[in-house]
Design a protein around this ligand. Structure first.
Ligand SMILES: Cc1cc2nc3c(=O)[nH]c(=O)nc-3n(C[C@H](O)[C@H](O)[C@H](O)COP(=O)(O)OP(=O)(O)OC[C@H]3O[C@@H](n4cnc5c(N)ncnc54)[C@H](O)[C@@H]3O)c2cc1C
Length: 491
């Protein structure tokens, strides 16, 4: 699309939600562009969450969030199996620790049924300790929810973006939207961006923590984002045998509370906290946050807090003054706002995308004759399926999959090479870690950092202005480039 040309749709934000919307749009013969301020997809809230694929059993019945989480859970479960996103259906136990919480469990079972989960059941104390022998003393009973799963949030966003790119959607990274003015009938939206002007007929605001700012640029004023920080602790893989399910607390007004969950990478997570901030960029971990998590952990699973900590991190939920998602179409403005996607956006992402497509149609966008996106198979970075170094066939065909670079996480040169190629190459160390796990292990890159940096430097031009094309060596276990020509612009 040249300077004078107009996109059918511009999506602001390439988090898990914006990428899911881009993938959905790639099914139709429309010209769409995604504008992302960061240098990679999934760099905002989508990279730092609790990584649970919620089935929606505890959402407020009747809300849009409840409907979209439930539907999104089904869509993403099927999609993950199709494209190879690591998911482990470990199930959840919501543990009651006092009489009040115990009394709440039957009510929560009724709520779960109202949300479409008749299968939840009360697990009495003896069974609970049989199933979770390391649980701290004093647990009274639990509500079992079979559907809750753990998922790889990074692969999810990358899979959506890869399919969107393969389907012809343009992705402009390093492109911040700074202003929006109304244009003429042919191009109702004129966007000022750090990468030059962009014109579009329809606009989707999936800007996460900045969704309210974008909304105001469009003359709307329906909500204000208050970043709600969630801090988490990642425990070493030696802690993994300590927990069999996602261990949930009984939720309160302020959120889902502090949980213990296995990860698909073989670690254990403790968190998140919930603290309202004013700074929309403050993703720092704090001493108070970590100490409060350890206090919770001591009660939930005392043996866990004696294990070694691999990392701490924090993410910001895009909370608003409203209880539900701020997801609405403004057909007269040819604009869809996807705001307030607080703590369930990963689970609901595919359903949100479908819903947004419907709202775009109401705004006059012709979305007929949708086709299935060309299939992709994502590299497996989860522990439930064989990793490349474990696959004799792969190593025999390409010895690079047998050369381990990151020994903590068993990441091979072949995987790093693939992640630096393909349609959506990593351009930063963090991007490389999200694609491969390199540097995420117990030594946090102390051992492999130099080699990984050298590989990155060899593949990314120093000015960071490469055009994102593959040199032909990528492939193998990497995202399979397929389908229409790819148009990826990286600044
Ligand atoms: C601690 C925590 C735990 C969570 N746990 C879970 C969980 O277990 N399961 C679950 O389903 N969900 C969970 N969530 C919620 C989930 O992570 C979010 O709902 C989801 O990531 C939101 O995605 P998004 O695409 O809307 O936002 P983001 O990922 O923040 O993406 C928005 C993007 O917009 C870009 N952007 C902003 N302004 C501009 C601009 N002006 N121009 C261009 N680009 C712009 C940003 O750079 C960003 O990349 C959790 C969240 C947190 C914080």
């Amino acid at each position: 699309v040249g300077d004078g040309e107009v996109f059918d749709v511009a999506v602001i934000g390439a988090g898990v939600v914006g990428c899911a919307i881009a993938r959905e749009l790639s099914r139709y013969p429309v010209r769409a562009v995604v504008l992302e301020a960061a240098d990679d997809v999934g760099e905002g809230t989508s990279k730092a969450n609790t990584a649970i694929l919620h089935c929606g059993f505890d959402a407020a019945p009747g809300t849009l969030e409840s409907r979209l989480v439930r539907h999104g859970y089904r869509l993403l479960t099927a999609y993950a199996a199709q494209v190879g996103i690591p998911v482990e259906p470990v199930g959840a136990l919501m543990v009651a620790w006092d009489a009040e919480q115990l009394a709440a469990l039957p009510r929560l079972a009724v709520k779960a049924a109202a949300n479409g989960y008749p299968g939840s059941r009360i697990v009495e104390r003896p069974e609970l300790y049989l199933r979770e022998p390391h649980l701290g003393p004093g647990a009274l009973a639990a509500l079992e929810v079979l559907g809750e799963s753990v998922i790889c949030p990074w692969t999810t966003t990358l899979a959506f973006a890869t399919q969107a790119l393969n389907g012809g959607v343009e992705l402009r990274l390093g492109t911040r939207v700074t202003g929006i003015t109304p244009g003429g009938p042919a191009a109702p939206h004129e966007l000022a961006t750090s990468g030059g002007p962009v014109r579009a007929r329809h606009l989707v605001n999936a800007a996460g923590l900045a969704a309210d700012e974008i909304d105001r640029m469009l003359g709307c004023d329906g909500f204000t984002v208050t970043p709600r920080r969630g801090e988490l602790v990642v425990f070493d893989k030696l802690a993994r045998p300590l927990v069999n399910h996602i261990l949930l607390p009984v939720p309160t007004e302020r959120g889902k509370g502090v949980l213990v969950a296995p990860t698909v990478y073989g670690n254990v997570l403790l968190g998140p906290t919930a603290e309202d901030l004013t700074d929309r960029a403050d993703t720092g971990s704090t001493r108070q946050g970590t100490e409060s998590l350890f206090r919770h952990g001591e009660r939930l699973l005392p043996a866990l807090v004696r294990e070694e900590v691999t990392a701490v991190y924090a993410g910001l939920r895009a909370a608003t003054e409203h209880a539900d998602y701020q997801l609405r179409g403004h057909p007269e403005k040819r604009y869809v706002c996807v705001g307030g996607i607080r703590s369930t956006g990963l689970s609901a992402s595919m359903a949100i995308a479908e819903h947004v497509a419907g709202l775009l149609v109401e705004g006059g966008l012709g979305l007929r004759e949708g086709r299935d996106p060309a299939p992709v198979r994502m590299p497996n970075i989860g522990e439930a399926m064989p990793r490349p170094y474990q696959r004799d066939d792969l190593v025999a065909a390409d010895p690079e999959y047998g050369r381990i670079v990151c020994h903590c996480e068993r990441v091979t040169r072949g995987e790093l090479r693939d992640a630096l190629g393909g349609v959506l190459p990593a351009r930063t160390l963090a991007g490389l870690s999200r694609r491969t796990r390199a540097g995420n292990g117990r030594c946090q890159g102390f051992h492999c950092g130099a080699e990984v940096r050298a590989l990155l430097a060899g593949r990314v031009d120093p000015a960071g202005t490469g055009d994102g094309t593959d040199d032909g060596r990528g492939g193998g276990a990497g995202p399979a480039p397929a389908g229409d020509p790819v148009r990826s612009v990286t600044r």
